[in-house]
Design a binder for this molecule. Structure first.
Ligand SMILES: [Zn+2]
Ligand SMILES: [Zn+2]
Ligand SMILES: [Zn+2]
Ligand SMILES: [Zn+2]
Ligand SMILES: [Zn+2]
Length: 233
């Protein structure tokens, strides 16, 4: 069959063995960005695209495949995103497990993840937990004043763990998270309204606001008309 295609998620990543309905029959991993062919068979997007580059038939049932009739299976992708996975650094000692969809976010703070030294010009990649130690002997350490003006001189690494900065950053992160939450609520509502409204419905709303505006304007006018004589009395 030539080269092996590995588009899916490694089975060893999962806390418990995933249901076989969630596996890709091309790569034998868990479906990553699942797409469905018209025949109903589902594969990782990367797997099926690689496959179809060579032959135009479904790898399972050999039916002919038209690429434009392929659809993404969002629901399945969400289901798979909820499966518990071990951190990819579990061999190195990280004990964290989380839903697959959160794995990337975890890696941003995983102490076992290798991360580039933030000192300008340094090409070293160091485990996050060892960054402070590396910094002490880094050939590119360069101290600068804390940009927030607290008076501390810090290397790029130290700046990342510097409290005065971190507090601000956390506050900004919280604000951003709140903004995102609100945003998703609004988006959800907008989508719901969008679905529920046909053209006629939209026209009705337009008509309603038009009438309301007119009513308001009318009220303003009548207020002036009725208040004026009363005030004069
Ligand atoms: Zn696959
Ligand atoms: Zn098929
Ligand atoms: Zn980890
Ligand atoms: Zn360095
Ligand atoms: Zn500071």
């Amino acid at each position: 069959m030539g080269e092996r295609i590995s588009g899916g998620y490694d089975l060893n990543l999962f806390v418990s063995p995933p249901d076989c309905a969630l596996l890709c029959s091309v790569c034998h991993g868990v479906l990553k960005r699942p797409v469905k062919l018209p025949c109903g068979h589902i594969f990782c997007k990367k797997c099926i695209l690689t496959w179809l580059a060579r032959q135009k038939t479904c790898p399972c049932c050999r039916k002919e495949v038209k690429r434009r009739l392929m659809v993404q299976v969002h629901k399945l992708r969400k289901t798979i995103g909820r499966l518990q996975v071990k951190c990819k650094n579990s061999q190195a000692g990280c004990c964290v497990t989380c839903p697959l969809s959160q794995h990337r976010i975890h890696l941003d703070s995983c102490p076992f993840e290798f991360t580039p030294c933030p000192n300008a010009g340094c090409m070293a990649r160091v485990q996050r937990a060892a960054l402070a130690e590396h910094d002490r002997s880094c050939g590119h350490r360069q101290q600068q004043h804390c940009p927030l003006g607290c008076g501390a001189t810090l290397t790029a690494v130290e700046r990342e763990n510097h409290n005065c900065y971190q507090e601000l950053r956390e506050a900004r992160g919280r604000r951003r998270a709140q903004g995102r939450a609100l945003d998703s609520v609004l988006r959800h509502r907008r989508r719901r309204i969008h679905r529920a409204t046909g053209l006629t419905r939209r026209q009705l709303i337009q008509l309603e606001t038009f009438l309301e505006e007119e009513e308001e304007e009318g009220m303003d006018v009548s207020n002036i008309n009725t208040e004026a004589p009363r005030a004069a009395m």
